[in-house]
Design a protein around this ligand. Structure first.
Ligand SMILES: [Zn+2]
Length: 104
């Protein structure tokens, strides 16, 4: 059987053990970084890959962290969108005109 499904279906066989270890290590607190340098700290409901498997991450504990529901959902969404997001059209630039009639 091939492992064709991306995402959750390709987790390692001892995932539940790793997951439990990571939860304990992180004290069931979301480790998602905040902009001020701290972490989210909400009650974690999932264990997340810091670097997504699709982006070269692995299932080692060093690449895993506890994460809350909100962040888990947000992150999964962002990963799904990545690559599609890139073609936002550049903002239209007005042609540079010399300022009319403004002399000092
Ligand atoms: Zn969080």
């Amino acid at each position: 059987m091939a492992w064709e499904t991306a995402g959750a279906a390709r987790l390692p066989r001892d995932w539940h053990k790793r997951r439990a270890r990571v939860m304990r290590r992180d004290q069931r607190q979301c480790q998602f970084p905040r902009t001020d340098g701290g972490v989210c700290g909400q009650e974690a409901t999932a264990v997340d890959h810091v670097t997504a498997f699709a982006e070269g991450g692995d299932d080692e504990e060093g690449n895993l962290r506890a994460i809350c529901d909100a962040h888990h959902r947000r992150k999964s969404g962002e990963e799904a969108h990545r690559g599609r997001e890139r073609h936002r059209p550049a903002p239209r630039r007005r042609a540079e005109e010399p300022h009319p009639g403004r002399r000092c």
